[in-house]
Every structure is written in C-alpha cells, then in structure tokens.
Write a protein that binds this ligand. Structure first.
Ligand code: ATP
Length: 446
C-alpha cells in the first residue's frame, strides 16, 4: 500500500508565503535549524498550546501549572544525568564533511565504514560522544565555575519544584505538574523543517504517584494522551504507539511508549510524544545531589515515600508540524478549472476563524464589512480582505485554514443579510447580520 504523500516541500513554501513560519535570521543566510513563527504560525501554535493546557491543567483538579526558568542551577543537570549522559555518538565523513548519528545509521554501512552521503569507503571517523546541551556563562566571568546550561528539557524544572507546588497548593499524591516552555538541544542531525530543531518548545506533565500504582497510571496516561491527539484532529490512521524495548529504554525509564505520527514520504512514522514511567529516578537523584528531602508524607496512612513519576512529553513544534501535514490537501472544485489548497484544520486551532469580504469597494459595502469585523473581533480572530476577485480571496483563506468566509454583497446593504461560506463543504448560507456572531460561535465549537 502506498504511504501518505510527502507534502513537506509544499508546506515549507506555504508556511513562508502565508506568514506561518520563516527561517530564523533569514537575511543573514539563516541560522541552522532554528525557525521563527510568523503572524499566522504564532496563532496556530498558541491555539495548540492552549488546547493542551486546557486538557491537562484547566479541566483537572489534580494537575497544577508551572512556568520554571530556562536557566537552572548547574547541579540540576549533574543530578539528572544530562552532563554525563545526554550524548549522541557522532560520526563525520572526512571526504564530504557530512555528519551522522551513529545510532541512526545503517549498522552495515557503519561497520563497513561507508559514508551514507558520498558513498566513499574508509572516510568515516570513529563515533565520538557529543553532549547536546548548550553551555553559556552566568555573570561577568567566563570561567568554568560560571557555566550554566540552556535546559534540554522542561521536566527538571518540575522535579525541583515538586514540594513547592505540592505544599503551596495542598495537593495529595496522585497529582501532576504541567508546563510549556522552551528547550534547547545542539542536535547533530537536525532537519525536516520544524520536526527536529535546536530551539523548540515542549509541553510536559509529570504525574506523581505512589510506587506500586505506577503501571496503572502509565496505562491511563497512555490512553488519555492518544485521545488528545485524536481530539486535536490528527487522523487516527496516522497515529500509533511505539513501545521501547529494554535496549531502547532511557537510563531513567521503567517503561516507555512513543506516540508516532505518519508524516508521509520518506520521513514516515516518527515520534511526536513520549510517555515514560520514570520511577523515582529523578526525585531520588535530586534528593541525593541537593541534600534536601523530596518525600511525600501520606498523612492518613502515616507513611513517607518518594513518589514515582509518569511523564507525558510532547513537542509543541513537532505537533504543529503534524497538524499542518495532517491538514494539508489539494482538491479540484466542481465547475472551476483551478484547484484549491486547503488546510483542513480543526476550527478551534485555525489561526483565523472568519474572513470578511465586501464584494465591491463601493455602495457602502466596505463600511458594513468593517462594522461586522469590529463586532466579531471581540469574540474571534477575524480578517478583512477587499482585494482581488472573490474567488482569489476564498483561495487565500482556504490555504490558511480559515473555516468561514463572510461576504457582503449588493443585497446585504438593503436587507442586512450576508453569505457565510463553509471551508470544507463550500455550502453558502444566507445569515441575518444580527444572528451572525451566534451562528459562527455555534459552528466554531469543536
Ligand atoms: P528524538 O529521539 O526524536 O531525538 P527524544 O526521544 O530525545 O526525541 P524526548 O526527549 O522524549 O525526545 O522529548 C519529548 C518530545 O519533545 C519529543 O517527542 C518531541 O516531540 C520533542 N522534541 C525533542 N527533541 C526535539 C527537537 N530537537 N526538535 C523539536 N522537538 C523535539
């Protein structure tokens, strides 16, 4: 069976042309694998982050939010194992200068010392371990004692605040802490647009449970997180679980599943989220390195213990890319020679909810359109467009995923009705202006 098509090049170009994503510092030739979100991209990513925050924090009593700093005490990263172990084996080709991760290479090629890029034999260096953390200095002196790291994951900010949150919010185990924030990794082989970048955002939740109940919670979170991806609108056919076997498990993990998404083309199934049973590894390590107790006191049962942790960790950028890939479609329109590109985004994450067009620039139509824009703006992200043919304006909105286009025509100024066109069905309804906000609100739910 043929896989999903490769839409990446088309998406990269759409994202630039329509203000979703630009290469960072483009006028200087770009920064390696760092991207900037433009006006529509920032709305899309924000909507996805809000969708996560609402599901994980706002709709639950047992999860608290947090926004910990990027710069942490350097001992944090010794305790977490990142200073010693957050490394990838790096192989260079002396001939073509290409760089590879030995663990992601074809073992036969590695063994035979054949470069996967230029095909030369005997030109590969021995694998060298390369730490992925970015280092910088805190304070005025650039000496080894002032080294700090840009966090490579947000999770550690949660672990070190475990007791602060538990005690200030009077939470009882089981409960969770969630945060969204930037993370940095000096990846050896970044690429595939925003799939693997050196600066990215994570949405992580650590759920603290009593030892012995951890596998039950792990299974619950596995199911809940998969459901979240369905609810986001990702096609269930493209989503799978990938279980880490013993050899693949990270040093901290007792059990791990990835949620994978089929990006199509040669990229295919790739991890978008990790769900891990971290046991008591992190809290125990921080206890040991800080000398501070990180135990929970279970008052009713009069016992103390270091909780186990179930982690759910999803990349905001990676899931944004999955959302774009999933939503992208090209179609022919009946009765029209030109096809259209549509981003079939779920309504609630579309960057613009409704676009308002006056059919002509005269007869009071722009004024009426602007009054409608002002009225709708308090409720939804809207766009006003009066340039080009109506067909062109529809195409522009389809391409950025706008669910509804509202047109003001000759009839509108006399009978106070407008047409509302649905992005997906192309059906046009005639709606009374006084009913428009309610009409859109009802359709935009979900
Ligand atoms: P990989 O094996 O792809 O490097 P990982 O297993 O190291 O990823 P985790 O440490 O489990 O990833 O991170 C959790 C999530 O953070 C990933 O599922 C992904 O969505 C996101 N993520 C990790 N690294 C990057 C990156 N370099 N760019 C964008 N997102 C990332």
């Amino acid at each position: 069976m043929a896989g999903y098509p490769d839409v990446m090049d088309k998406l990269v170009s759409l994202c630039k042309r329509r203000g979703f994503i630009f290469q960072s510092s483009e006028i200087y030739g770009g920064t390696g694998s760092v991207w900037d979100y433009g006006p529509l991209g920032v709305e899309l990513k924000k909507n996805i982050k809000d969708f996560w925050w609402n599901a994980m924090v706002r709709s639950r009593d047992d999860i608290e939010g947090l926004d910990a700093a990027i710069l942490m005490h350097p001992r944090t990263w010794e305790a977490s194992g990142h200073v010693a172990g957050f490394t990838d084996p790096l192989v260079d080709c002396k001939q073509c200068k290409a760089r590879f991760r030995a663990d992601k290479m074809d073992p036969k090629k590695l063994e035979a010392n054949v470069c996967p890029n230029c095909g030369n034999k005997g030109t590969l260096t021995e694998p060298r371990l390369f730490n992925l953390m970015f280092k910088t200095h805190m304070g005025a002196l650039e000496e080894s004692s002032s080294i700090v790291y840009l966090r490579p994951e947000t999770a550690q900010g949660i672990f070190v605040n475990f007791l602060n949150v538990q005690q200030s919010m009077r939470q009882k185990v089981p409960f969770g802490i969630a945060q969204i924030g930037k993370a940095f990794r000096n990846e050896i082989t970044p690429g595939n647009f925003i799939f693997r970048t050196r600066e990215f955002e994570q949405m992580e939740m650590q759920f603290f449970v009593e030892p012995g109940t951890d596998m039950e919670w792990f299974d619950q979170w596995k199911a809940k997180r998969m459901q979240w991806h369905f609810d986001l609108g990702l096609s269930p056919d493209r989503l799978k679980f990938h279980q880490h076997d013993a050899g693949e498990l990270a040093h901290y993990a007792r059990a791990a599943f990835d949620v994978t998404f089929d990006f199509g083309g040669t990229l295919g199934d790739q991890e978008i989220e990790g769900i891990h049973n971290r046991g008591d590894f992190d809290l125990s390590q921080h206890q040991q390195y800080s000398g501070k107790k990180l135990e929970y006191f279970d008052q009713p049962n009069n016992k103390r213990y270091v909780p186990y942790v179930i982690e759910t960790s999803v990349g905001a950028d990676r899931v944004t890319l999955a959302t774009l890939v999933n939503a992208y479609r090209e179609e022919t329109v009946e009765g029209e020679s030109e096809g259209r590109v549509v981003l079939g985004l779920k309504h609630s994450i579309a960057p613009i909810k409704a676009a308002i067009f006056p059919l002509t620039k005269k007869d009071g139509q722009p004024e009426m359109a602007n009054r409608i824009v002002d009225d709708l703006r308090s409720a939804f992200a809207v766009d006003y467009d009066e340039t080009g043919s109506i067909g062109k304006r529809y195409r522009r909105q389809d391409e950025v995923g706008t669910p509804f286009c509202v047109t003001i025509d000759g009839q509108s100024t006399s009978d106070q009705t407008v047409t509302v066109r649905d992005r997906d069905t192309l059906v046009q309804d005639r709606v009374d202006v006084s009913q428009l906000k309610g009409y859109l609100a009802a359709k935009l739910v979900g």
